[in-house]
Design a protein. Structure first.
Length: 388
C-alpha cells in the first residue's frame, strides 16, 4: 500500500512527511477569520486488508497506551423510555485521558516516533491538550500546549499531571491556535493543531470501524444514524472518513446519516449547511461563541470547509441545541444510563432527543459520547444548581 495526502478541495497529492500540513496552492487562498483552506485527507493506493483499520503509520510506532476499542453498548432504560430499541452509546469516555481526542493524539504520536520528532505543540480548548499530554507521556515525547486560561480546571490539571508544558493564553482558542502555529513555525516542532495536521482527522476515523465491527457482531449491520458533537468539525470529518474507507473496503453498503450536533451559541457549521451560499461565503463573518459546552465552543470552525463538503456530499444533517437543553440531556443521560458525559457529548444526546420523533424505531442510532463529565465539573454543577 502506498499512503499519501490529498487535498479535499483540489485533489493535489503530497507525501506524508514532517512539515506538510496543508495543500500549498489552496492554503494561499486562506481568508482571515475563515475556516482553514486546503485541509488534507489521508488516502492510499493498492489493496488493503478489509479485516483491519488501514492506517498510514505502522503498528510498531504506536505507544502502548490502550486507545480506542471503547465499548458500544445499549442503554436499556433509555431505549425503553423513548421507545428506541436500536439506540446505542459509543462510550469514548473510556479512552485513557477520558476523551475521544486520544484517537488523534495516538496517530500523531506514532508519526512523531517514526520520524524522530521530539516535540509536539498544539492549541486546544482542553481535551486535545490533555489527550496529547497523556499519549505523549506514554510515548516519551515533549508536549507543549497553548490553552485558553479559562479552560476547565480538570483539563488543565490533566495536562500538568501528564508532564506537559502549559502556556495559558489570555484569550480564546482562536488566539491559542495562532500562537501555537507561530511557535511550531519558529521551532520546527510538530503541530497537532486539529484539522491543520491531517493525521488528527485520520486518527478519528477508527471510531467508525469499531462501531461497524461491534454492530455486525450483534447482527445489526451498519448504523443508520450517527450523532456527533461538532465544534471545529474534525470529529465529524473523521467519522465520515472512516465510513468512506469502510465503503471502499466493501464493509458497508452506504454512508450513514451523520448528524452534526452543535450548541446554539457555537453553530457555525449548522448555519453554513443551511446557507444557500457555498464555501467561505456560507460561513460569513465569525460569530463569537457563547456556550457552556467548551469542547465545541469555537468562533471559526477550523475544519469548517471540509466538514461542510462532507455533510453536503452525503446528505448529512445539523441540529442545534441550547445550553439548557444540553444540561437537561446531561442529567438525563447520566441518570438514565449510568454514563456521565461532558456538555459537548451531551449535545449529541440532546440533538437526538430533539429529532428522534422524526426517525423510525427500527433505525440504528449511535450517539458518540466523546468526553467524560468529570472533565468539566463547573458546567455539570450549574445543571444541578450547585456552586462549583
Ligand atoms: Zn488544494
Amino acid at each position: 500500500m502506498k499512503w499519501f495526502y490529498q487535498c479535499h478541495a483540489c485533489g493535489a497529492t503530497y507525501e506524508i512527511e514532517p512539515g506538510r500540513y496543508l495543500c500549498t496552492p489552496c492554503s494561499k487562498l486562506q481568508q482571515k477569520d475563515r475556516p482553514l483552506a486546503g485541509v488534507l485527507e489521508v488516502d492510499w493506493e493498492g489493496e488493503a486488508d478489509p479485516r483491519t483499520v488501514p492506517l498510514p503509520i505502522e503498528q510498531k510506532w504506536f505507544a502502548t497506551i490502550p486507545v480506542g476499542q471503547t465499548p458500544l453498548w445499549s442503554p436499556l432504560r433509555l431505549r425503553e423510555e423513548f421507545g428506541a430499541p436500536n439506540l446505542w452509546l459509543k462510550d469514548d469516555t473510556c479512552n485513557p485521558s477520558g476523551s475521544f481526542k486520544d484517537r488523534a493524539s495516538w496517530l500523531v504520536a506514532a508519526f512523531a516516533k517514526k520520524h524522530g520528532v521530539k516535540e509536539i505543540v498544539l492549541a486546544s480548548t482542553g481535551n486535545a491538550a490533555s489527550s496529547m499530554a497523556a499519549v505523549g507521556a506514554a510515548a516519551g515525547l515533549r508536549i507543549k500546549v497553548f490553552l485558553p486560561a479559562k479552560a476547565p480546571l480538570a483539563k488543565r490539571i490533566q495536562v500538568l499531571q501528564y508532564g506537559a508544558e502549559l502556556v495559558a493564553v489570555d484569550g480564546t482558542y482562536d488566539k491559542a491556535f495562532d500562537l501555537s502555529l507561530e511557535y511550531s513555525g519558529r521551532t520546527g516542532s510538530l503541530s497537532r493543531n486539529t484539522a491543520y495536521n491531517p493525521l488528527t482527522i485520520e486518527g478519528k476515523k477508527t471510531v467508525a470501524f469499531e462501531i461497524v465491527d461491534d454492530l455486525q457482531r450483534v447482527g445489526s449491520g451498519a448504523p443508520d444514524h450517527v450523532f456527533v458533537p461538532v465544534g471545529d468539525g474534525v470529529i465529524l470529518a473523521g467519522v465520515y472518513r472512516g465510513f468512506e474507507n469502510l465503503l471502499r473496503l466493501g464493509r458497508i453498503k452506504r454512508i450513514p446519516t451523520v448528524w452534526a450536533c452543535q450548541a446554539e451559541g457555537s453553530n457555525a457549521i449548522a448555519r453554513a449547511l443551511a446557507s444557500p451560499l457555498a464555501g467561505n461565503d456560507a460561513f460569513g463573518d465569525p460569530v463569537s461563541s457563547n456556550t457552556l459546552a467548551d469542547s465545541i465552543s469555537v468562533d471559526v470552525p477550523r475544519n469548517g470547509l471540509h466538514a461542510l463538503a462532507k455533510l453536503k456530499k452525503y446528505a448529512g444533517k445539523a441540529v442545534t441545541v441550547s445550553d439548557d437543553e444540553i444540561l437537561v440531556a446531561q442529567k438525563k443521560l447520566a441518570s438514565g444510563s449510568g454514563l456521565f458525559a461532558e456538555p459537548s457529548s451531551s449535545a449529541a444526546f440532546a440533538g437526538w432527543l430533539k429529532v428522534r420523533q422524526g426517525l423510525s424505531a427500527d433505525e440504528t442510532c449511535v450517539l458518540l459520547i466523546t468526553g467524560s463529565g468529570l472533565k468539566d465539573i463547573a458546567a455539570a454543577a450549574r445543571g444541578l444548581g450547585l456552586e462549583a
